[in-house]
Ligand binder design. Structure first.
Ligand SMILES: Cc1cc2nc3c(=O)[nH]c(=O)nc-3n(C[C@H](O)[C@H](O)[C@H](O)COP(=O)(O)OP(=O)(O)OC[C@H]3O[C@@H](n4cnc5c(N)ncnc54)[C@H](O)[C@@H]3O)c2cc1C
Length: 475
């Protein structure tokens, strides 16, 4: 039986059930019977992502080749059932879950790295390789793949491209789209197309590579990616300092650049984030710690030593106290422990965390954080802010209890106010996590009607039958 989930978008449509026996028989012919999962306990692991809301698929398909993916999509168009691609399943906006039923294509078996070319600085990979495995493989060849979402041990390259994932190193190196130079994609109607190529320069035709990056699995299924690499930096160093206020800490950000240093990472924690990690893990921060700044530099050893000293001077001149500068890899790891401690520390503040990732021009971060504190008070909701001061992308965490509907309502109101203020500051509602179904109700706060219509036209042109990942992004 088909399970249609009309609750999320109200758009559930009558479809041919993917679980009809004749459809399942065709799917077994395409990918092999052992790669079609239908039992409840087998599909369960594919029912949710990091949002943790469950939408069990009618079947999970585990193809190995591009041709198999293309055949699945052709059948889906013929019999009209939804298809949703899945990578590591650690998205934060429900992108990989089949909210309108149908099948999930798990890319777990498409996990080979096909070529690492350290001379021409590219890697060709299938989509089901984890970000971490790819980083390790290229680093073993002396080259570097910079995008580093915090989920890197479990997220897949396909999911990173579909979400245009960022990370701590984006202050210097940018985000996933800056490294994707070529793709093989199965379109929603089952055609196989190639975009870009092996070269970082390529201006032939429309930039379909750019279109697919960040398209949240709605415009095609990525079956191969060519990613640009860089020489591997020799070493890194970190400076950590506390400040009385977020404004003082954030004011250092442009000063690093004016001192001709481009830090690889600039992270900030607000007063509540510091208090949370202090309560749980006793790092030794005093009551006067109103903000914490972590700044790292990378490159050749001699440059890195010099740049770390410059960063130390900048933070001291900017009012930083309890300043620490790492001299070894171990010391550096210890300085970063505080950042890693935030997520576990937050658990005691509620069973539900509205984890938003708004982004504003980086000079506006202090205003943003100050207003979010007011918004938290207005809606009687505890809020913790931390994140990427280097690119203005702040992780805002409104904490409450899942079982308390009134607290959940207040937290949702706080989220909406935060989105509105981020847009007012010239920013937007998501810098990393995307829209999926979770943020679909807010899309029109960030984009005008004509822009949304243009996006819908592209979706309709590529997916006339609404097969691929329906129920996402657009209400
Ligand atoms: C603890 C934690 C930390 C995180 N930290 C970060 C962070 O620092 N930066 C950041 O950007 N995000 C972060 N995220 C969010 C998330 O991990 C990223 O969005 C990541 O890119 C998702 O990858 P995934 O493989 O899990 O994708 P999934 O969740 O499986 O899928 C995400 C989307 O991609 C689509 N998709 C997957 N594979 C393909 C494919 N082959 N072709 C086409 N579409 C596909 C899916 O349909 C879905 O829409 C974090 C999440 C968690 C839980």
């Amino acid at each position: 039986m088909s399970r249609h989930h009309e609750g999320i978008t109200g758009r559930g449509r009558a479809r041919t059930a993917a679980s009809d026996e004749d459809v399942l028989a065709r799917l077994r012919e395409i990918v092999g019977a052992e790669n079609v999962l239908v039992d409840e306990d087998k599909v369960e692991p594919y029912a949710a992502d990091a949002v943790k809301e469950k939408f069990p698929p009618e079947a999970v398909l585990l193809p190995r080749t591009t041709a198999e993916v293309a055949s699945i999509l052709k059948l889906a168009n013929e019999r009209r059932f939804p298809v949703t691609a899945r990578g590591g399943g650690v998205g934060y906006t429900g992108g990989a879950v089949p909210v309108e039923g149908g099948v999930v294509i798990g890319t777990d078996r498409m996990n080979r790295i096909r070529e690492i070319n350290a001379d021409d600085l590219y890697v060709v990979t299938e989509p089901g390789v984890t970000t971490y495995a790819l980083q390790q493989a290229v680093e073993a060849e002396g080259v570097f793949y910079p995008p580093d979402p915090a989920s890197y041990k479990t997220s897949f390259i396909g999911g990173n491209i579909a979400e245009n994932a960022g990370g701590i190193r984006s202050a210097k190196y940018g985000v996933t789209k800056h490294y994707v130079i070529g793709l093989e994609v199965v379109t929603p109607t089952g055609e196989v197309i190639r975009t870009g190529g092996l070269t970082s320069k390529n201006v032939v035709g429309f930039d379909l590579t750019g279109l697919i990056c960040g398209s949240e699995g709605m415009l095609g299924i990525i079956t191969e990616a060519t990613l640009r690499l860089l020489p591997l930096p020799e070493t890194t160093r970190t400076v950590r300092a506390t400040f009385k206020t977020m404004a003082e800490a954030c004011a250092c950000v442009p000063r690093f650049n004016r001192a001709r240093v481009t830090p690889v990472a600039i992270e900030v924690l607000d007063r509540n984030a510091i208090a949370a990690v202090e309560t749980e893990f006793a790092f030794g921060f005093g009551a006067d710690a109103g903000a914490l700044l972590l700044v790292s530099v990378d490159g050749h050893a001699s440059e890195v030593e010099r740049d770390a000293l410059i960063c130390e001077r900048v933070v001291r001149d900017g009012g930083g106290f309890d300043v620490m500068r790492s001299e070894t890899r171990e010391e550096e790891e210890r300085l970063w422990d505080v950042r890693r401690a935030i997520s576990p520390a937050l658990k005691k503040f509620g069973t539900m965390k509205f984890n938003e990732d708004v982004v504003v021009p980086r000079s506006r971060v202090p205003e943003l954080v100050a207003r979010i504190e007011e918004i938290g008070k207005l809606h009687d909701t505890f809020v913790v802010n931390f994140g990427h001061a280097g690119d203005g992308n702040i992780h805002v965490n409104f904490m409450c209890d899942r079982d308390d509907p009134e607290a959940m309502r207040r937290a949702r109101a706080a989220v909406r106010d935060t989105f509105a203020f981020s847009v007012e500051l010239g920013g937007t509602i998501s810098g990393e996590h995307g829209i999926g179904y979770v943020k679909a109700p807010y899309l029109d706060m960030a984009l005008g009607a004509a822009t949304i219509d243009a996006m819908k036209s592209i979706k309709r042109a590529l997916d006339p039958n609404g097969i691929l990942n329906p129920g996402k992004m657009f209400l």
